[in-house]
Design a protein around this ligand. Structure first.
Ligand code: PLP
Length: 648
């Protein structure tokens, strides 16, 4: 590809293909994203060229409907396709291993609880018999409602349970639901026994096993002796014996484990499934009525496209994942002469991630190199400079930049700036000279980068200097609300412009959000050679908005977001592809208004308006403002309370 070395402008022609390589779209896009001939992102909703949508056109279409960025676009067809992909992978593994049991996925709704998403999964999953997984009472209530009319579909209840959670699950069995409360501790077992007797129900039960094999993932603590959830092997035995005492061993239908989310290395999946399979076989041999083996979630996503066992990637494919699970369960059962159970997975991330793209608009920038560019050496008073040692040193460093002196000049400039600022802070250097020192420092940095970019092997300082000159592109969104994992766990998501990809991106920038928090920035991006601290971006121009897309954000981001600075939920629009590149809005959830977020923190919007009106009345009475000014101020309040929390 064209290298972004000396000067990208010198390159003859920049095509969408070059942008595709620059942002590594093919590596992380799974066939769902590409760059089209117009230089826009094309969304291939079922990973084929027949059904491709133009992302920029969608954003413009939404803007025309008052759904301006920040907006998350959920592609319903991608979700359908993911369901199919996961099912097909297990179907192939089942055939390859001559497995005699079936496969069913359950969707853990915590991953993305948006009603349209849960309903879409349930609807599209019908043809594969997929069910739902819940981890709390509110999730149970939502799932019981979504699954009316399909009582046979699995409903797995994980998480800590109280009496009402358990009673609801037992009663749902009476409704005819295929609901399986998974026992996490002995207290839950006692409540299950009590309510089963009270309501005369033979429940279908599961046990969650605390695995000993630790997994390599950010959530590796989900297993091991200190894991929050599940029963140790001896507790599993005690639970089983208790069921036997109540002649309910046939009620134990499922064994379950969850080895952590985003498991990077296939070895840990093999270990966990191997261990769980042995528990399954032991309990089945002792007479449990087992039908299912549930290996939980953990199937990872290759966010950075590196196919490696690093936190933002995975070193296996979906097919390998399915094949290893089926093979290990089959071998354990065959070794004990036991029938093959139905395999259940609770993959959330791998299912929901690809469907969603967050689009944000760049609303401004800060460019540290401007300081250096505006320095005109011919106008400076050299005699006066000579009287201020740090400035004289800085000038010397600036004027002696040469390929063999890059490190030296840089260190001299850094030291000169430090001294200048120290003198300024104690009052020995006035503001004019301190400002000149700052300008000269940036001019030196620019000269050093330019000099370094003409060298084949520039010293490492050049990269440090280059980074210090990175621009900040300010984007209309809140990182804490829309991409909480970037802040909380340094998650790397693919980020790139969604248009102008037929032009070279001539600058680099980190991205800043709207919050007054220095953590509200993105400074880790996918690059040609791994993670990079800045993104290749285009120069902003007044004539058109500049949009960036953050991809693969369909899992966990929506509900983990918070209200830092009272920026509320962004708009979420569920898009369905129709024929010939057309699309329609299948559903949408408008983002929070200002009065919504104020109410969350117990401000009464009507009270706010009243307080302001009283204030205006007093000001009018005292002649500080006139009636017209009072009207403008009250109108501003009324309109803004009903408006989006982001910038217009
Ligand atoms: N099942 C359980 C019990 C979980 O706790 C989780 C998430 O942590 C999942 C399934 C979903 O995991 P993933 O999104 O990695 O597939």
């Amino acid at each position: 590809m064209l290298r972004k070395t000396a000067s990208i402008e010198q390159q003859p022609v920049w095509s969408p293909r070059h942008s595709s390589e620059l942002y590594r779209v093919e590596d992380w896009g799974e066939g769902y994203f590409r760059i089209n001939e117009a230089g826009h992102i094309g969304v291939r909703v079922d990973a084929t060229e027949e059904r491709e949508l133009d992302l920029l056109h969608i954003v413009e279409g939404l803007r025309a409907r008052d759904l301006a960025p920040p907006v998350a676009l959920n592609f319903v067809d991608i979700l359908d396709h993911r369901l199919k992909r996961i099912y097909t992978a297990f179907e192939a593994a089942i055939e390859e291993n001559a497995y005699k049991g079936g496969y069913q996925a359950v969707y853990p709704i915590k991953v993305n609880q948006q009603r349209p998403t849960v309903e879409a999964v349930f609807r599209s999953g019908a043809r594969y018999g997929f069910g739902l997984e819940v981890g709390s009472k509110p999730e149970l209530m939502a799932s019981l409602a979504v699954s009316t009319g399909a009582p046979e579909r699995l409903l797995i209840c994980n998480g800590f349970k109280d009496r009402s959670y358990i009673e609801a699950a037992i009663l749902a069995t009476k409704l005819g639901r295929n609901i399986i409360p998974v026992i996490e501790n002995r207290r839950e077992l006692r409540m299950i026994l009590e309510f089963s007797e009270l309501h005369q129900v033979r429940p279908r039960l599961g046990v969650r096993v605390k695995l000993s094999s630790r997994s390599m993932s950010r959530w590796g603590d989900s297993v091991g002796s200190k894991a929050k959830f599940g029963l140790s092997l001896s507790e599993v035995l005690e639970v089983f014996e208790e069921l036997q005492r109540h002649r309910m061993e046939d009620c134990l239908k499922l064994v379950h484990c969850h080895a952590g989310s985003q498991i990077q290395d296939i070895r840990y999946i093999k270990g966990a499934v191997g261990e769980l399979s042995q528990v399954y076989c032991e309990l089945a041999a002792m007479g449990a009525g087992l039908e299912y083996i549930d290996v939980g979630g953990g199937l990872g996503v290759d966010y950075d496209g590196s196919q490696s066992d690093t936190p933002s990637s995975i070193n296996y494919t979906l097919e390998e994942y399915a094949s290893q699970i089926v093979y290990r369960i089959a071998s354990a059962c065959d070794g004990r002469g036991l029938p093959h159970p139905t395999i259940v997975t609770e993959s959330g991330r791998a299912l929901a991630t690809y469907q969603s793209v967050l689009v944000v608009e760049v609303i401004g920038r800060s460019d540290p190199s401007v300081l250096g560019r505006t320095l005109d050496l011919s106008t400076i008073d050299r005699d006066a400079i000579a009287e201020h040692q740090p400035l004289a040193d800085m000038l010397e460093a600036l004027e002696s930049v040469a390929p063999d002196r890059i490190a030296e000049c840089y260190h001299d400039a850094v030291e000169a700036r430090r001294q200048a600022m120290q003198l300024f802070s104690v009052g020995y250097l006035d503001l004019l000279w301190a400002a000149l020192a700052e300008k000269m420092f940036h001019a030196a940095c620019l000269a050093l980068v330019e000099c370094g970019s003409e060298m084949n092997e520039p010293p490492e300082e050049v990269e440090t200097i280059r980074r210090s000159l990175d621009m900040v592109y300010f984007c209309n969104f809140s990182l804490f609300q829309s991409l909480p994992d970037v802040w909380a766990i340094d998650q790397v998501f693919p980020v790139m412009p969604i248009h102008r990809l037929d032009e070279p991106a001539s600058r680099t920038a980190v991205l800043g959000d709207l919050t007054c928090d220095s953590d509200g920035k993105i400074d880790r991006f996918i690059g040609e050679e791994g993670i990079r601290p800045a993104l290749d971006v285009h120069e902003l121009n007044q004539a058109e908005p500049y949009y960036l897309g953050v991809f693969l954000v369909g899992a966990y981001q929506d509900t983990l977001g918070d209200f830092h600075n009272l920026f509320g939920d962004h708009h979420v629009v569920h898009i369905r592809a129709t024929e010939g590149g057309a699309w329609r809005i299948e559903d949408y959830v408008e983002g929070d208004t200002t009065q919504d977020v104020l109410s969350y923190v117990r401000f009464d919007p009507k009270g706010i308006l009243r307080a302001l009106t009283d204030d205006c009345e007093s000001a009018v009475a005292e002649g500080r403002i006139n009636l017209e000014e009072s009207r403008v101020l009250r109108r501003f309040y009324r309109t803004e309370l009903q408006g989006y929390t982001y910038l217009d």
